[in-house]
Write a protein that binds this ligand. Structure first.
Ligand code: DQA
Length: 403
């Protein structure tokens, strides 16, 4: 007897992909708060390039956006990380929101479960697909779906505290359009890849349509779950309309594009004492002052910022690990750990998120032991000796790439 119920929603906004993504964000937020059951949207999207957050903070993003537009593809910022992917009317977009207690723990299991559903559904259409990255593929991922050496679908995940969003695209037809749109975009982003790896399901099943693929996925889900058809409420759409600029890319290419960037700010040991701790070296601002200033600077740049402070090495490492799935950039002042914590250095390297190291004081002009930072080599940038302004510069660097 199946017991897990999935709400299936077929409403999408193909002409407004930033609104479509905002809908997913609203559903994810609801699920996170426990007010939304598991919901899967299967839609046929509009011509668009879904940029990952790393793309947004990459030099060359503006050129990539211009290239997307020139190819007739609407640029937008998607929820998950990863690199640019293309949607169009020959593809199926997947947006699956799952309320879950500890999203980090189940991340690979969820990836595998969704990938298996897709492989089974394709199998029912007579297409033999496999799971795993194809060497040279666009937006590489361990759970890409391929037919031979052609990537036909990709999935990504975005986690919140108590929910997960699995987003993806299945290329049914029009591999050439995906390829042609991605070639100049990847070139602008400076990413190596092999355009020959873009595939479409019609390669194995001529004449296949996106609707048929959606039906096959639904049929496969019904074998395992109770699938309830539902539609988006007016409230959900209104909430998404209020959020959608976060996922849109400004049309003025000369300005820094809007991003839905989420920055994590981490301050390390003794920085909770700022304001009273050696003000002649560190200044008068308290940690609370710095954190609220950073929230405002991030907001001005269209980003959100989550501030954290700890005096404990392991806690800082745990916070960095969590950032991997929720942040697009990290600003960290590791305090004295900067000078000797290889564990924090390794954590920064492992999460693969652009990280800026900040020190209020000029560490190069202080005691010998402070002059060297072991984390600097894994950070995109190190700023020191600029007081609280150093944090502002770090946020500016992450949100605009300006040094
Ligand atoms: C600091 C410099 C470190 O050497 C020191 O241990 C700190 C603060 C700074 O912000 O200047 O705690 O990171």
């Amino acid at each position: 007897m199946p017991e897990r119920t999935i709400r299936l929603v077929r409403d999408g906004f193909p002409g407004r992909m930033s609104l479509d993504t905002a809908v997913s964000r609203v559903l994810l937020g609801d699920a996170d708060r426990g007010s939304r059951p598991e919901t899967l949207r299967l839609t046929i999207p509009g011509r668009s390039i879904a940029f990952g957050k790393h793309d947004v903070s990459t030099r060359g993003f503006s050129t990539a956006v211009a290239a997307a537009r020139a190819a007739g593809f609407e640029p937008f910022v998607r929820l998950a990380g990863g690199r640019a992917a293309a949607f169009h009317e020959g593809t199926v977009a997947i947006s699956w929101v799952v309320p879950v207690e500890s999203p980090i723990e189940g991340i690979r299991t969820r990836f595998a479960a969704v990938a298996n559903v897709l492989v089974d559904a394709l199998g029912s259409l007579g297409i033999e697909a496999g799971i795993g990255a194809v060497p040279g593929e666009y937006c590489p991922g361990d759970f890409s779906i391929h037919v031979g050496t052609a990537k036909v679908a990709g999935i990504g995940q975005r986690l919140t505290r108590s929910a997960a969003h699995i987003g993806g695209v299945i290329v049914v037809d029009g591999a050439g359009d995906v390829r042609n749109a991605l070639v100049p975009v990847y070139e602008a982003l400076g990413l190596e890849w092999d355009p020959a790896t873009v595939g479409a399901l019609v390669g194995s099943s001529p004449g296949l349509r996106p609707d048929t693929v959606i039906d096959a996925i639904v049929t496969r889900l019904q074998e395992e779950f109770v699938v309830e058809e539902a539609s988006l409420s007016a409230d959900t759409v209104a909430a998404a309309e209020a959020l959608m600029t976060q996922f849109a890319v400004a049309s003025d290419r000369s300005t820094a594009e809007t991003s839905a960037m989420n920055i994590v700010l981490i301050n390390g040991p003794n920085l909770n004492l700022l304001g009273t701790r050696q003000p002649e070296i560190y200044g008068d601002s308290t940690l609370a002052d710095i954190e609220s200033a950073c929230v405002s600077w991030a907001a001005e740049a269209g980003a959100t910022l989550d501030a954290y402070q700890s005096n404990h090495e392991g806690d800082i490492i745990d916070r960095l690990h969590r950032a991997k799935d929720e942040a697009d950039g990290v600003v960290i002042n590791p305090g004295a750990y900067s000078h000797y914590s290889y564990a924090i250095r390794d954590a920064i390297e492992a999460i693969e998120i652009p990280t800026v190291e900040v020190h209020l004081s000029d560490i190069t002009a202080r005691e010998e032991w402070r002059r060297h930072s072991v984390v600097a080599e894994v950070c995109a940038k190190t700023i020191y000796g600029r007081g609280v302004d150093g944090y502002r510069e770090a946020i500016r660097f992450l949100t605009t790439g300006e040094t």
